[in-house]
Each structure stands twice: as structure tokens, then as C-alpha cells.
Write a protein that binds this ligand. Structure first.
Ligand SMILES: Nc1ncnc2c1ncn2[C@@H]1O[C@H](COP(=O)(O)OP(=O)(O)OP(=O)(O)O)[C@@H](O)[C@H]1O
Ligand SMILES: Nc1ccn([C@H]2C[C@H](O)[C@@H](COP(=O)(O)O)O2)c(=O)n1
Length: 427
């Protein structure tokens, strides 16, 4: 490799720190398959993932690398649609990531691209364009000949030219890491543990999402000193159609309470807009919604008991369950810091989670016959996602939730929750 290409390769690799200590994970049919790279040719074992892609003529990886996390999140979010639109039909994409085993915040996301189109020119033209203009690291993979293993070639770009590095990295099998890679970046990317962290994300979005500025304007007067509320504050949680609206309205009427929601009414004009954004931005929006609701709690709980329809448990449980794929075993383990309550967020007196058999929930959804959000459809169709949300609810602590069976009649559920409130909150 000449000096220029070595420099180009070094500059490119600086985007992906500790390149040769990284593990690569490819999600084929929902299950991660792992491989690593090494500089020396040792052994000939082909990682499982490459045995699965042999039928394709060409194989590439794209990893989205940028120190600007808003740009990175936006670009990754839009990349799949762009690739599916512009690549030849014979190309196939699978989610991929690279990470340092068990090192927090080391996860970098991307795709593996398998190509069996007649010519490489369209695909490679697109990849060249991407590395020139976007925060993407591209590698190509070559099948070894004469019993030699597959090799990974890093593409570099500088001063108008693109090249593949000629010093090979050999692709070798790797063990599954102790922690599922998608758990590594949850803190402050999917779940925010302070007002400041969530606020900073929306502040950075101001120039690309004008609505973020409107949301921030609502927050300017917040974070006043909190005092202990005079009346109990009770949160009702649960998946959609488990009966939260029905129960919270009955509790309001029975207890003469104030009913609040998170996200609060004042954020309604922007909710649909933020629901289209990548998790980093969308979850920051919901996190800030909890702080606005907390402020309203502070005002109302001096006068009456307060009932809240969804709060922090929803924000964290849905975010964690979306960030992690596969079975509940992939979730961060019970007791992980991922499930801790933000230290600057108001803690309610009691959190009740309504639990309902999936078939009965589906029946209630059908009877109600309203439109569903994408996440609600996902809950409906994807059993594993529903199980992850339910388990994440259960693992959140400080305060932990109390689970109530929501399958009896509305009045029986109300009586059950009133008993809990009277026991815990001395009402
Ligand atoms: N205990 C119950 N038994 C039978 N049906 C119920 C019960 N509680 C609520 N329902 C009915 O189930 C449907 C969903 O209830 P509701 O709207 O209260 O749920 P939700 O949790 O607030 O839903 P979402 O989160 O989607 O707003 C409604 O049609 C409601 O009348
Ligand atoms: N405090 C909240 C409330 C809601 N969310 C998110 C989680 C789901 O994506 C969706 C469910 O809300 P619904 O459709 O029942 O209004 O909203 C959140 O993150 N935090």
C-alpha cells in the first residue's frame, strides 16, 4: 500500500475506533450472527454469516459513523429507504452493527448488502457516492480461494478518489458477547435519565426540525424547585387497550382527583411529527413530555389527588423494547442501570400496570375500532416486542410498578386499584 492510500485508510479507520478489536454482528432472519477480523491469516473457518451469504456474488457492509449524534441518527434512519430505492432489485439488506464487546456506547449501526445483480457498477457507484458525501464507512468482502478465508476490504475516499485498501483483514468467527450489542447504547440514546440530556438532543435538532424549537419554548420556565406533594400521585400504565383511559377517568370521578397525561396536551400539535423521527429524537421528545407533566403534577397535587395516564414507565419500557431485538433474554438484565428512574424526575406515590391477556386485548382493540400507531400495530403483530415491553415495565425501579389483572369488568378493576391506593396512599 502506498503512502497516500495508507493515509486514506488511517483517516477512514479513525471513524471507527479500535477497528481490529471490534465484533461485527449481522441480523439474518432476526437472529444475530457474529464475526471478527484479524490481520494475520490463521485457520480457515468461515463465520456462519458468510456461509449464509455465499450464494450472493458480492457482499458489502455500510456502517454509519459520525461524531454528530443527531446527524448519525437521522442518516441511519433514512439510509434503508434510500438503499432500497436506489439499489438494483437483486440486492438484499440485513441490519448489521459493530461494537466493542461489553463496552458502553461503542455500538455503530449499519447494513450488510448482498448483491447478485449482473454487474457491480450500479451498486458500487452508489456506495462510492455515499462515502464521498455521507458519514458512512464501506467495506467489501471477498470469498477466499484455495481454502483461504474471506477477507474484508475497507474503502477510503480522499481528494476525489475512492479506493479499497489492499492490506487484507481476514474474517473469522466470533463468540456471542455476554451482553446483546443493542443494549450497549441505550443510555442517553434511547432512554434519557435527566432533563438536561433530553433537552440537549432537542436543542441540537432546532436547525433541522423547526418544531423542536417550539417544544423547547414550552420548557423555558421549568425545573423549579420541587416540594413534596400534599396529595397522592398515582400513575396508570399498560399497553394500549388494557383499559387505562377507562380506569383513569373512573379514578378521577371516584377520588375527586385531577387527571393528567404524559405526553401532556400542550405537546399534542407536535407528537405526530416526532413520531416520524429516529429513536434518539423521538424518545427525547417523550422524555421532555414527562418533565412537563411533572410540573403540572407539582401544581395540581397541592389541591387534589392526581391520576396520570402513562408516565416514565411507558417512555423507558417502549424505548428499551424497541432498541433491543429478539427475545426477552436479550434485554439488559434485571437490576441494570438502564431501568433506573431519572434522579431529577418526580416520583409518584404508586404506579399500577394493567396486564391483559393478548387475545382479550386484541378483542378490545377490534371493538374500539380506532386507527393504530405503528408501535401499536407492532405490539399486535409481534409477540416478542409485546413480551419485551411487558418485561421492561416489570424491571423498572424507583418506583417499581404493581401489576393488576385488567381482565375483570371495568368496575372490578376499579375496585382492585382503589384497594391498592387506599393501602399505599392512605386515602
Ligand atoms: N375492564 C374492562 N372490560 C372490558 N372492556 C374494557 C375494560 N376496560 C376497558 N374496556 C374497553 O376496552 C377498550 C380499550 O379501553 P381503553 O381505551 O380504556 O384502553 P387504553 O389502555 O386507554 O388504550 P390506549 O392506550 O390505546 O388509549 C375500550 O373500548 C373500553 O371500553
Ligand atoms: N409517557 C409516554 C407516553 C407514551 N409514550 C410512547 C410509547 C408508545 O410508543 C406510545 C404509546 O402511547 P399511546 O399510543 O397509548 O398514546 O407513546 C412514551 O414514550 N412516553
Amino acid at each position: 500500500m502506498n503512502v497516500t492510500s495508507r493515509l486514506m485508510a488511517r483517516r477512514t479507520m479513525a471513524l471507527l475506533p479500535q477497528w481490529s478489536s471490534r465484533i461485527f454482528s449481522v441480523d439474518l432472519d432476526g437472529a444475530p450472527l457474529y464475526f471478527a477480523i484479524q490481520e494475520k491469516h490463521q485457520g480457515t473457518e468461515v463465520p456462519h454469516v458468510f456461509r449464509r451469504v455465499q450464494q450472493y456474488d458480492r457482499c458489502y457492509s455500510l456502517l454509519v459513523c459520525s461524531s454528530d449524534r443527531v446527524r448519525k441518527a437521522k442518516f441511519y434512519w433514512e439510509l434503508k429507504d434510500r438503499l432500497l430505492r436506489d439499489l438494483p432489485r437483486e440486492c438484499n439488506l440485513s441490519p448489521m452493527s459493530s461494537f466493542l464487546p461489553n463496552v458502553k456506547d461503542s455500538l455503530i449501526k449499519g447494513y450488510v448488502l448482498k448483491d447478485s445483480s449482473k454487474s457491480s457498477s450500479r451498486t458500487e457507484g452508489l456506495l462510492r457516492h455515499l462515502i464521498q458525501h455521507d458519514p458512512v464507512l464501506v467495506c467489501s468482502y471477498l470469498r477466499g480461494e484455495d481454502g483461504r478465508p474471506w477477507t474484508q476490504h475497507l474503502w477510503s475516499h480522499a481528494e476525489g478518489s475512492t479506493m479499497e485498501t489492499s492490506n487484507n483483514y481476514y474474517v473469522v468467527p466470533s463468540e456471542a458477547p455476554e451482553y446483546h450489542p443493542s443494549t450497549l447504547n441505550i443510555i442517553n440514546s434511547d432512554v434519557f435519565y435527566s432533563f438536561r440530556e433530553a433537552y440537549e438532543v432537542l436543542k441540537k435538532c432546532g436547525d433541522i426540525i423547526p418544531e423542536a424549537t417550539s417544544v423547547l419554548e414550552l420548557l423555558s420556565s421549568r425545573l423549579e424547585a420541587r416540594r413534596k406533594p400534599d396529595f397522592p400521585v398515582i400513575v396508570i400504565e399498560g399497553l394500549d387497550a388494557t383499559g387505562k383511559t377507562t380506569l383513569t377517568e373512573s379514578l378521577r370521578d371516584t377520588l375527586g382527583a385531577t387527571l393528567l397525561r404524559s405526553p401532556p396536551q400542550c405537546l399534542s400539535p407536535w407528537r405526530a411529527r416526532f413520531d416520524q423521527e429516529p429513536p434518539l429524537i423521538r424518545r427525547a421528545f417523550y422524555a421532555l413530555g414527562n418533565y412537563i407533566t411533572a410540573e403540572q403534577i407539582g401544581q395540581e397535587a397541592t389541591k387534589t389527588p392526581v391520576i396520570i395516564d402513562r408516565f416514565w414507565h411507558s417512555t423507558a419500557a417502549y424505548a428499551i423494547a424497541t432498541a433491543v431485538s429478539g427475545s426477552v433474554h436479550n434485554l439488559p438484565e434485571e437490576g441494570s442501570e438502564v431501568y433506573r428512574w431519572p434522579s431529577d424526575l418526580f416520583q409518584p406515590s404508586l404506579v399500577v400496570v394493567l396486564n391483559l391477556d393478548p387475545e382479550e386485548r386484541k378483542r378490545r382493540l377490534m371493538d374500539r375500532g380506532q386507527g393504530k400507531t405503528e408501535e401499536e400495530q407492532e405490539l399486535d403483530q409481534n409477540q416478542l416486542f409485546r413480551l419485551r415491553v411487558e418485561e421492561a415495565y416489570r424491571r423498572i425501579s424507583g418506583p417499581a410498578c404493581v401489576t393488576v389483572d385488567a381482565s375483570p369488568s371495568a368496575d372490578q378493576v376499579l375496585q382492585q386499584v382503589l384497594l391498592l391506593i387506599r393501602g399505599k396512599c392512605h386515602l
